[in-house]
Design a protein around this ligand. Structure first.
Ligand code: HEM
Ligand code: NAG
Ligand code: NAG
Ligand code: NAG
Ligand code: NAG
Ligand code: NAG
Length: 497
């Protein structure tokens, strides 16, 4: 009896102490309007803490259902500040004090020394090194790699001709993994692996991401020790050893080998030819841990994202055949009598404006990254005069903003590439179309992704006519590494006349 009272009092003191120490945080949060993410039924609460990732997307989506202006969503352990007004989004993306990622993201992803989920300190140095390799000029030299790998896809796709629907995402993710590895100078033919070996890389990385997502909501698993005893931990470990991260050591070994050979030939210092060599350049001071986190980061960032975006675009073009015809018309006009063995070059890619509008429109409706987070390292004041306390989790719900009728008009849920015609697009606030985020922490690989997607789509569409039985209004979404269509990216292909 006596001991349980002491225990109770101790816990009470700890809790009160926590609120006292963080009193300014809670005071400021208290002043901001709250929105309910969901009704407090047992079922919803259960789903919130114990749900799978499909339910999580629903929760995340509903988080932003009732918002206008600044608001707070507060369901333990997550206190999120919704940032939905264009001016606020602009401020958050560009402010020096909002450059950090939310703490939970850094702590739970396990890639804290890499660019995407990394802490500010390694991020600054790495981003400086990396930016150089992702300019249009530097990308010129990797366009042939994009072409070469896409040709292998075309070769294999012929086996699916007129054979009914298949989930093209599996093929695109194999292709994008193979491509990023090749850009890192590791030649592995993922597309040519047996189907069961190939699909491991998709499944496992999805599992790893799901584990991280689920842990965010299960606050009792935040301490590493308790987590290490849980089933999810076991599941995450298993996923990590089998996923595409296993290529990181091979990438490093391969480059070290090449650098050793180069050393004998030339003594003069030149800027490394590829970013992967830059990581290993002693001048850049990357630690071993940083090198590995950075390689894994780039694999996740490049593999899943562009595969989702090309698959969504193909799916949408299968639904809207008239737009598909327009894309093909443009391709024929710009590429002339294109021969499959040719490479598309940067100049041709830059001219494919309608294709770009279609890609943009599909990233608007199905933003690969539906939600991004930031953390403010100082108090900030947003519109309506609300002060946001230091260390808040600022959430920018890209999915919602991209589908907002207020910003895009009543047909916001419709597929309409023409809204990206320069004249029309000018009327839209630049911070309501943010598939790659914006500001200093925007996607490093956005140009890479645009060129890659254009090459893959142009090649597929010139050769094949795409069809699908799915309808846009019927699609359901889930949130794993990225936004995914639950039904799968089911298309069928037949040779174009
Ligand atoms: C369609 C494809 C892609 C989309 C939609 C996309 C989207 C994004 C978004 C929204 C962010 C910001 C995340 C945040 O603020 O929390 C981001 C960051 C990043 N992306 Fe991408 N991405 C794509 C492809 C790529 C590719 C191909 C690469 C690499 C080759 C890449 C590398 C990165 C990196 C390194 C970051 C972290 C940047 C930083 O924190 O400084 N992405 N991406
Ligand atoms: C596409 O992926 C599916 C599933 O892995 C596989 O069955 C099919 O053979 C692949 N098709 C091509 C053309 O690679
Ligand atoms: C893809 O094509 C290559 C030859 O280009 C072949 O070796 C491989 O087995 C094919 N893979 C699939 C899944 O069809
Ligand atoms: C690497 O470290 C050295 C010595 O600590 C320092 O002088 C140099 O500026 C650093 N280089 C970079 C790119 O940070
Ligand atoms: C904000 O979070 C960091 C940890 O990432 C911590 O060191 C710092 O003390 C926090 N600041 C405040 C005012 O709570
Ligand atoms: C597509 O979106 C990007 C921003 O991600 C923008 O810079 C570009 O101008 C858009 N292209 C077209 C044709 O609207």
């Amino acid at each position: 009896m006596f001991t349980s009272e002491i225990l109770f009092l101790t816990i009470l003191v700890i809790i009160l102490g926590y609120f006292w120490n963080n009193r300014r945080f809670w005071y400021l949060i208290w002043k901001i309007p709250k929105v309910a993410a969901f009704d407090m039924t047992y079922k919803n609460i259960y789903n919130y803490y114990f749900g799978n990732t499909k339910i999580l997307f629903k929760v995340l989506e509903s988080l932003f259902e009732r918002t206008k202006g600044i608001s707070i969503v507060k369901y333990f352990p997550v206190v999120m500040v919704n940032v939905v007004l264009p001016e606020d989004i602009k401020f958050v993306f560009n402010s020096k004090v909002c450059i950090d990622k939310p703490r939970l993201m850094i702590d739970l992803c396990g890639l804290s020394e890499g660019t995407l989920f990394g802490k500010v300190k390694p991020w600054q140095a790495h981003r400086k090194v990396l930016n150089f390799y992702f300019t249009q000029q530097s990308l010129r030299s990797i366009i042939p790699i994009f072409n070469k790998r896409a040709k292998i896809l075309m070769n294999n796709l012929s086996k699916s001709e007129s054979k009914g629907e298949f989930n093209v995402f599996h093929n695109m993710t194999a292709l994008s993994l193979e491509t990023i590895l090749s850009v890192m100078e590791l030649e592995i033919d993922i597309q040519n692996l047996e189907e069961k070996d190939r699909d491991i890389f998709i499944k496992k990385i999805e599992n790893k991401a799901s584990a991280v997502m689920l842990r965010i909501f299960k606050f009792w698993l935040h301490p590493d020790y308790l987590y290490s005893l849980s089933k999810i931990y076991e599941f995450e470990r298993k996923a990590e050893v089998g996923c595409s991260f296993i290529f990181a050591p091979q990438v490093v070994e391969n480059i070290r080998e090449k650098l050793k050979n180069d050393e004998n030939n030339n003594n003069e210092y030149e800027k490394p030819k590829t970013f992967i060599r830059a990581f290993l350049d002693p001048k850049n001071n990357f630690t071993e841990h940083e090198i590995f986190d950075e390689i894994k980061t780039l694999i996740v960032a490049a593999q899943d994202t562009s595969a989702v975006a090309t698959s969504s675009t193909l799916l949408l073009l299968g639904m809207f055949k008239d737009k598909q015809e327009k894309v093909v018309e443009e391709l024929r006009q710009i590429l002339g009598n294109f021969n499959e063995n040719e490479n598309l070059d940067i100049e041709q890619l830059n001219e494919l404006k309608y294709l770009e509008m279609v890609i943009n429109e599909s990233m608007r409706l199905m933003p690969v990254v539906p939600l991004v987070g930031r953390r403010n390292l100082q108090e900030i004041t947003l519109s309506e005069g609300y002060t946001i306390p230091i260390n808040s989790t600022l959430m920018i719900p890209i999915f919602k903003i991209h589908r907002s009728k207020e910003f895009w008009g009543d047909d916001a849920d419709k597929f309409k590439p023409e809204r990206f015609e320069p004249e029309e697009f000018k009327k839209i606030h630049p911070y309501v179309f943010i598939p790659f985020a914006k500001g200093p922490r925007m996607c490093l690989g956005w140009r890479y992704a645009m060129y890659l997607m254009k090459i893959q789509l142009a090649r597929i569409l010139l050769k094949y006519e795409i069809d699908t039985s799915l309808k846009l209004e019927e699609l359901e979404y889930k949130f794993s590494v990225s936004l995914n269509v639950c039904q799968g990216y089911k298309i069928s292909i037949k040779k174009r006349e």
